[in-house]
Design a protein around this ligand. Structure first.
Ligand code: AMP
Ligand code: ZN
Ligand code: FE
Ligand code: FE
Length: 287
């Protein structure tokens, strides 16, 4: 059984429609694929309708959260994968809606800074190109830079303009990670910390934070991810086993916004079963 538990559609910052994502998963020989758009469940329905016989969809999302160290006050961004939760949970719907609004304000701010510096970016046009209530992300601004001919691809846009620590990066008011775990748990779902030690993306959490979150009800951790090298995978695997966390592997596919192929990393079937066994909020969708 081939299982990929982390993929983005154009309901957030991927380039495939949810139906195309499901098709791509089938072509890659996946039996199980999760749809995990940033801060939205808008793609679930279309993805479910596109399933072929034998294909299974795991409804999910990737929540934008933050870990705050109470001793130092240091903020670290945490991407929290959530699966099989009740998407109508009132608290969750309200928080995700707040975050999408926050994402738009922040992306407009970044676009305005670029325009003020004379870069070929029209903030109104960038925002107008996004569907209403879509979770705006830096890849959308990267695409605008590609369209303007300023960079050759999304990667170059991140390296020169949009990456953490670059001049145009603006932070967001993300959900405290403990609150997000509570909301998903209350909605019957399970949580997996995405790419915990992807150091190339910026500051990462310390192992102590993982210990605390495991005690707080975190279900699992992404071990095999394109941004984890071999040593990092071994480190995360060791921590997961110590803390009794489910171990996943996933591509974090974004269509052509990234070079990674769907199914390039996969999850062990026994680990997947352990994850599903703890969820009660919404069922797997079978084609
Ligand atoms: P945001 O959610 O707006 O902070 O943007 C983060 C998104 O950009 C994540 O989904 C990443 O997958 C994507 N991203 C981060 N770094 C890069 C990069 N170097 N090249 C392409 N995409 C990236
Ligand atoms: Zn993304
Ligand atoms: Fe992520
Ligand atoms: Fe992702």
């Amino acid at each position: 059984m081939r299982i990929d538990l982390h993929a983005h559609s154009n309901a957030s910052d991927g380039t495939d429609s949810p139906a195309e994502l499901v098709d791509a998963a089938a072509r890659a020989g996946l039996d199980v694929v999760a749809i995990t758009d940033h801060d939205t469940t808008a793609g679930w329905e279309q993805a479910a309708k596109a399933l072929r016989p034998g294909q299974t969809l795991v409804p999910g999302a990737e929540l934008s959260t933050v870990s705050v160290d109470p001793r130092t006050g240091r903020h670290v961004s945490v991407h929290l994968l959530a699966y099989l939760f009740d998407s109508t949970s009132v608290a969750l719907v309200a928080e995700q809606s707040r975050l999408r609004a926050e994402r738009r304000t922040r992306l407009r701010g970044m676009a305005e800074r670029m325009a003020a510096d004379g870069l070929p970016i029209d903030p109104d046009e960038v925002m107008a190109s996004l569907p209403a209530d879509a979770p705006a992300g830096r890849p959308h601004l990267a695409q605008a830079l590609v369209r303007a001919g300023k960079v050759v691809d999304v990667n170059q846009a991140f390296a020169e303009y949009l990456g953490n620590g670059r001049g145009y990066y603006l932070p967001r008011q993300d959900t405290p990670v403990e609150t997000a775990i509570d909301m998903i748990t209350d909605a019957g779902g399970v949580t997996v910390m995405a790419h915990p030690f992807a150091r190339s993306r910026g500051a990462t959490i310390t192992p102590e934070v993982l210990v605390e979150l495991a005690a707080h009800g975190l279900t699992g951790v992404e071990v095999d991810h394109p941004n984890h090298d071999e040593a990092t995978r071994a480190e995360v695997r060791g921590l997961a086993d110590e803390l009794g966390l489910v171990r996943t592997g996933s591509s974090d596919y974004h269509g052509t916004n990234k070079t990674i192929a769907i199914g390039a990393e996969t999850t062990d079937p026994a680990q997947f079963e352990a994850l599903v066994a703890r969820a009660t909020g919404s069922p797997l969708v079978v084609g």
